[in-house]
Design a protein around this ligand. Sequence first.
Ligand code: PMP
Length: 424
Amino acid sequence: GPTADEILAKRKEYLSPSILHLYKNPVNIVEGKRQYLFDENGRRYVDAFGGIATVCCGHCHPDVVEAIVNQTTKLQHSTVLYLNHAIADFAQALASKLPGNLKVVFFTNSGSEANELAMLIARLYTGCHDIISLRNAYHGNAAGTMGATAQSIWKFNVVQSGIHHALNPDPYRGIFGSDGEKYAGDVQDIINFGTSGHVAAFMSEAIQGVGGIVELAPGYLPAVYNTIKKAGGLFIADEVQVGFGRTGSYFWGFEAHNVVPDIVTMAKGIGNGIPLGAVVTTPEIAEVLTHRNYFNTFGGNPVSTAAGLAVLKVIEKEHLQQNAFVVGSYLKERLTALKEKYDLIGDVRGRGLMLGVELVTDRELKIPAKTETLHVMDQMKELGVLIGKGGYYGNVFRITPPLCFTKEDADFVADAMDLTLSRM
Ligand code: PMP
C-alpha cells in the first residue's frame, strides 16, 4: 500500500483543511484487532483512544463482523418505509437497557444528528426555544448542536439565538471547586436573566469527553434537574461518549448522578465504529413527532442496527462493563501513582475506561503544559501507545480504549507514560 507520506500529500490536496491529524509524523493505520492497531509495517499499537471512545467491543470483533456480514449480504438498505426485523429488534434491546419509561427510539447516523433531534423534540414538546448547555461541552457539528457545543477552539460565528452556556462544574478548574450546587445556581441565573422563565431543555454529558474528561461536580446534576423542571424544561443526557458501559460502574453515565433524563442521546460506542446514533425518550414526549413526518434516509439502516444488536450482546457476554470498572480502576491507580512521581501531572480523573490526565507546568497556578502534552503524546506513540487529548487548553490526555482492555494493556500505557516523563 501507499506510505504515510503519500497519503499525507493526498490528504493535503484533496481533504478539507479543517481535518487534523495527530502526531508530527502521523500513523498510517491499516488494521485493527480488538484493542490493538497495526500500521503499514505491521507495527502494533495499544489503542488507548478507541477511535475517540467509539470502538467499545474492540476493533473488528468477530461477533460484530459476523452480524454485519450476515446482514450486508442479505439486505443493505430499504429505509424505514418498509418493515425489517433488525431495526425493531435493536430498538427493543436498546429500550430494555434504559430506566423508567424511556422506550421510544429514533435512529440516526451520528451523535450530532441525535442531539439535533433531541433539541428539536424538546423545543416542540415545551413550546420554548431556549436551551442551556455547559461551557466546554461537545454536542455536535450540525446547526443546533454547533451552538450547544462550547469548545475553546470552536471558532464558528454562527448565529444561535436561545442557546446559553452555563458555568462548567469542573472540580479541578471551576470557580466553585467541587460544590455542585453552587454551579447549579448559574443555571437559575441564566433562566432568570436570559429567558422568559421557561426553557426547552438543559443538555449535558455526565463526563465531558472532548472537553477533557471533566466529571461534573457532585450534586450538580440533581440540583440542575430540579431547576430545569421548575422552568418547564427537559433534561437531555448526551451519552455519546459515556454510555455503553464505558464508565464501568454503570451502563449509562447519568446513572452515577441519580437523575433520570427525559431524553437520552447516543452514538459512538453503540455501533463499535459503524455509523449509528439514537435518541430515546418517553412515549409521552415522543408523541410530539406524530404527523410531523420527521425522516432520516439512513437512520436505522439494517446493517448498522445489526451491528448495534451484536454490540449489546458482546458487552453482556464478555462482561465489558465490569471489565471497564476493574481495568479502569487499576489504570487510574497507576496514573495516580505517576502523579505522585511527576509534578507535571496536575490531575488524574475519570471513571472506568474514560480517564483523563491533565498536564501543568505549575501545580499551584495550574498553568497548562500544552507543548509538553504534545511531546509526551509523540513519545508514547514511539513506544507503541496511541492516546487522545482534549480539554480547554489541549493539555489533557484522554484515555478511552476499547472496553476489552486488559491489565497488561493498562500497564503498557502507564509504563510508556512513566518512561516518557522520566526522560523529560
Ligand atoms: N456528543 C458528544 C459527547 C461527543 O463526544 C460527540 C463527538 N465527539 C458528539 C456528540 C457528536 O457526535 P458525532 O461526531 O458522531 O456527530
